[in-house]
Design a protein around this ligand. Sequence first.
Ligand SMILES: [Zn+2]
Length: 149
Amino acid sequence: MPKVVSRSAVSSSTDAQPTASAAAALRVYYCICGEFILVIEKSLSVLPKRKTDGATIVRSQDNATGKAVVFKFNANHIEPVLIERPGGHEWQYRFSCPRCNLLVGYQSTPPPIKSAPYLYILKGALTQVQGQVPKNAFELDDDVAMSDS
Ligand SMILES: [Zn+2]
Protein backbone atom coordinates (compact mmCIF):
# COMPACT_ATOMS: atom_id res chain seq x y z
CA MET A 1 0.00 0.00 0.00
CA PRO A 2 2.71 2.58 0.74
CA LYS A 3 4.00 2.07 -2.84
CA VAL A 4 0.66 3.23 -4.28
CA VAL A 5 0.84 6.43 -2.27
CA SER A 6 4.37 7.25 -3.43
CA ARG A 7 3.46 6.49 -7.05
CA SER A 8 0.57 8.94 -7.05
CA ALA A 9 2.79 11.59 -5.50
CA VAL A 10 5.33 11.10 -8.31
CA SER A 11 2.73 11.33 -11.06
CA SER A 12 1.24 14.55 -9.69
CA SER A 13 4.66 16.20 -9.59
CA THR A 14 5.40 15.20 -13.21
CA ASP A 15 1.99 16.59 -14.24
CA ALA A 16 2.96 19.95 -12.85
CA GLN A 17 6.37 20.04 -14.51
CA PRO A 18 5.61 20.86 -18.19
CA THR A 19 4.01 24.24 -17.38
CA ALA A 20 6.80 25.28 -15.06
CA SER A 21 9.60 24.26 -17.41
CA ALA A 22 7.92 25.86 -20.46
CA ALA A 23 7.80 29.21 -18.70
CA ALA A 24 11.37 28.84 -17.47
CA ALA A 25 12.55 28.00 -21.01
CA LEU A 26 11.58 31.40 -22.43
CA ARG A 27 14.71 33.40 -23.19
CA VAL A 28 14.89 37.16 -23.29
CA TYR A 29 17.44 38.95 -25.46
CA TYR A 30 18.50 42.57 -25.40
CA CYS A 31 20.28 44.93 -27.75
CA ILE A 32 23.70 45.94 -26.44
CA CYS A 33 22.14 49.34 -25.55
CA GLY A 34 19.86 47.49 -23.09
CA GLU A 35 16.62 47.66 -25.12
CA PHE A 36 14.44 44.53 -25.01
CA ILE A 37 14.41 42.98 -28.49
CA LEU A 38 13.39 39.33 -28.39
CA VAL A 39 11.62 36.80 -26.23
CA ILE A 40 11.86 33.28 -27.59
CA GLU A 41 11.16 29.70 -26.48
CA LYS A 42 14.64 28.45 -27.41
CA SER A 43 18.15 29.67 -26.80
CA LEU A 44 19.61 31.32 -29.92
CA SER A 45 22.78 29.29 -29.32
CA VAL A 46 20.97 26.02 -30.19
CA LEU A 47 19.37 27.32 -33.40
CA PRO A 48 21.02 26.78 -36.80
CA LYS A 49 23.29 29.45 -38.30
CA ARG A 50 23.48 30.72 -41.87
CA LYS A 51 26.67 29.76 -43.68
CA THR A 52 26.80 33.10 -45.54
CA ASP A 53 26.93 35.52 -42.60
CA GLY A 54 26.65 33.45 -39.41
CA ALA A 55 23.19 34.87 -38.61
CA THR A 56 20.94 32.75 -36.39
CA ILE A 57 18.00 31.21 -38.24
CA VAL A 58 14.66 31.46 -36.44
CA ARG A 59 11.85 29.56 -38.16
CA SER A 60 8.82 31.89 -38.20
CA GLN A 61 6.37 29.60 -39.99
CA ASP A 62 5.53 25.92 -39.89
CA ASN A 63 6.95 24.18 -42.95
CA ALA A 64 7.97 20.75 -44.26
CA THR A 65 11.13 20.66 -42.14
CA GLY A 66 9.60 21.64 -38.82
CA LYS A 67 7.37 23.77 -36.64
CA ALA A 68 7.68 27.52 -36.14
CA VAL A 69 9.63 28.73 -33.15
CA VAL A 70 7.48 30.77 -30.75
CA PHE A 71 8.91 34.26 -30.35
CA LYS A 72 8.09 37.94 -30.03
CA PHE A 73 10.37 40.39 -31.82
CA ASN A 74 10.53 44.04 -30.84
CA ALA A 75 12.29 46.00 -33.60
CA ASN A 76 11.70 48.72 -36.19
CA HIS A 77 11.47 48.10 -39.93
CA ILE A 78 14.17 49.94 -41.81
CA GLU A 79 15.21 50.26 -45.46
CA PRO A 80 15.71 46.93 -47.24
CA VAL A 81 19.06 46.28 -48.87
CA LEU A 82 20.13 44.16 -51.81
CA ILE A 83 23.04 41.90 -50.88
CA GLU A 84 25.32 40.27 -53.41
CA ARG A 85 25.86 36.59 -52.82
CA PRO A 86 28.07 34.17 -54.77
CA GLY A 87 24.96 32.56 -56.27
CA GLY A 88 23.11 35.82 -57.05
CA HIS A 89 21.34 38.55 -55.10
CA GLU A 90 19.30 38.56 -51.93
CA TRP A 91 16.90 41.17 -50.53
CA GLN A 92 17.17 41.74 -46.81
CA TYR A 93 14.23 43.50 -45.15
CA ARG A 94 15.98 44.77 -42.11
CA PHE A 95 15.04 45.40 -38.49
CA SER A 96 16.80 47.69 -36.08
CA CYS A 97 16.74 48.40 -32.37
CA PRO A 98 13.94 50.91 -31.54
CA ARG A 99 16.25 52.80 -29.18
CA CYS A 100 19.73 52.96 -30.75
CA ASN A 101 18.94 51.87 -34.35
CA LEU A 102 21.57 49.14 -34.33
CA LEU A 103 20.81 46.53 -36.97
CA VAL A 104 19.57 43.37 -35.22
CA GLY A 105 18.08 41.15 -37.91
CA TYR A 106 16.38 40.72 -41.26
CA GLN A 107 13.95 38.58 -43.22
CA SER A 108 13.53 37.85 -46.94
CA THR A 109 10.12 39.50 -47.45
CA PRO A 110 8.67 42.94 -46.61
CA PRO A 111 7.16 43.44 -43.12
CA PRO A 112 5.27 42.44 -41.07
CA ILE A 113 7.54 40.20 -39.08
CA LYS A 114 6.89 36.48 -39.66
CA SER A 115 5.66 37.08 -43.23
CA ALA A 116 8.82 35.26 -44.35
CA PRO A 117 9.59 31.63 -43.50
CA TYR A 118 12.60 32.65 -41.41
CA LEU A 119 13.84 35.53 -39.33
CA TYR A 120 17.59 36.00 -39.20
CA ILE A 121 19.22 37.43 -36.10
CA LEU A 122 22.56 39.04 -36.77
CA LYS A 123 25.59 37.42 -35.23
CA GLY A 124 26.67 39.27 -32.12
CA ALA A 125 23.68 41.66 -32.15
CA LEU A 126 21.82 40.44 -29.06
CA THR A 127 22.73 39.46 -25.52
CA GLN A 128 20.85 37.71 -22.72
CA VAL A 129 22.35 40.00 -20.13
CA GLN A 130 21.01 43.53 -20.20
CA GLY A 131 23.80 46.08 -20.66
CA GLN A 132 26.47 43.54 -21.61
CA VAL A 133 28.17 43.36 -24.99
CA PRO A 134 27.85 39.84 -26.42
CA LYS A 135 31.08 37.84 -26.58
CA ASN A 136 31.01 37.57 -30.36
CA ALA A 137 30.05 41.21 -31.10
CA PHE A 138 33.43 42.05 -32.59
CA GLU A 139 33.50 39.05 -34.89
CA LEU A 140 30.75 40.73 -36.90
CA ASP A 141 33.05 42.73 -39.15
CA ASP A 142 36.77 42.11 -39.47
CA ASP A 143 37.48 45.67 -40.63
CA VAL A 144 35.84 47.17 -37.56
CA ALA A 145 37.73 44.81 -35.26
CA MET A 146 41.03 45.72 -36.89
CA SER A 147 40.54 49.48 -36.77
CA ASP A 148 39.60 49.22 -33.09
CA SER A 149 42.79 47.50 -32.04
ZN1 LIG B 1 19.81 49.25 -29.09
